[in-house]
Ligand binder design. Structure first.
Ligand code: TMP
Ligand code: MG
Length: 297
């Protein structure tokens, strides 16, 4: 069985032959896949972004909500605050996805966006119990195939780190409503701070934005140390910042990077092909990562 599995890496995976799948260095990916399959599930860990990676980018041409958008669009936010958050997004999102700026140039703008958005959200007097309803009323959803992926990784005891610049409380609620939070999942994100009355008063810990995930990775070195025998990583992201999520993983041997390119496609495709081993353009599913997992597990 093993030999058959190893021989049937890439060329026989029909999911990888689709038109929206871009692989710059097919030889490297073939070797990597064979290696991951050979080493098996006991050597594997998953590191993934949440917004627009696990969650879906659009449905029928309409954008799906990010964690922040869930709050922004909820009936609990007054029109004046909605307008502030809309203006922030219109100012800073084009910078986030700009193909010409470097990550270093983008960082100060992302700091501004997150800081301003967080203080606007805190000023809305959210309560802990409002979150369930805000998620239920939103169009935030998971990519097709997430539910299978989560339950299968759990069944095979493969750890999954969800590393998100979104909002931890919201992403957990999205996962609960559309799938399940399992014991093998660990989330690093911006968590809300509620006072003893359940009122939102701020955000806990160090800010995570799209382009400082490398710092967050280093702060979580304890987590990675406990997984030090899991030397193979599948990393999934939709931003160039997500490539830094595995910084500081000790003993890393092989890393397969899968990138979802959802927006500003023509301008960014070349860079994504350079940076990610496999690029999935306008894909609303987990078909490719799941096909790879099926071979490994
Ligand atoms: P991530 O997917 O890299 O973890 O980043 C979270 C996303 O959240 C990022 O793509 C931008 C988005 N975002 C909003 O939609 N609204 C906001 O107010 C902020 C601060 C971020
Ligand atoms: Mg993302």
């Amino acid at each position: 069985v093993k030999i058959y599995k190893v021989m049937s890496c890439f060329s026989q995976m029909e999911e990888l032959q689709k038109e929206n799948v871009y692989i710059k260095d097919a030889e490297r990916v073939e070797k990597l896949l064979c290696q991951l399959i050979q080493d098996g599930k006991s050597k594997l860990q998953i590191i993934t972004d949440f917004d627009m990676t696990l969650s879906r980018f659009s449905i029928n041409g309409k954008r799906c909500a990010t964690c922040h958008n869930v709050l922004e669009n909820s009936s609990l936010v007054p029109e004046s605050k909605k307008q502030v958050l809309d203006e922030l997004r219109d100012t800073y999102y084009p910078i986030e996805i700009n193909a010409k700026m470097t990550i270093e140039e983008k960082i100060p703008f992302m700091m501004e966006w997150w800081t301003k958005a967080q203080s606007t959200i805190v000023a809305c007097n959210f309560r802990r119990e409002d979150l369930t309803r805000a998620v239920r009323e939103s169009n935030a959803m998971l990519r097709d195939g997430c539910d299978w992926q989560f339950s299968t990784l759990h069944e095979h005891k493969v750890p999954m780190l969800i590393f998100s610049a979104g909002i931890g409380d919201i992403l957990e609620e999205i996962i609960k409503q559309h799938s399940q939070m399992y014991a093998n999942m660990r989330v690093v994100s911006n968590y809300m701070d509620f006072n003893h009355d359940g009122m939102l008063v701020g955000f806990k810990g160090d800010l995570v934005h799209t382009y400082n995930k490398n710092e967050g990775a280093l702060r979580n070195s304890d987590y990675f140390t406990t997984l030090k025998d899991r030397r193979n990583i599948i990393l999934m992201g939709d931003s160039m910042g997500d490539l830094r999520m595995a910084d500081g993983v000790p003993n890393m041997q092989h890393i397969l990077k899968i990138g979802f390119l959802n927006d500003n496609i023509e301008e960014r495709l070349e860079k994504y092909k350079e940076a990610y081993d496999i690029v999935l353009v306008s894909d609303s599913t987990m078909d490719v990562p799941n096909a790879i997992l099926k071979k490994i597990l």
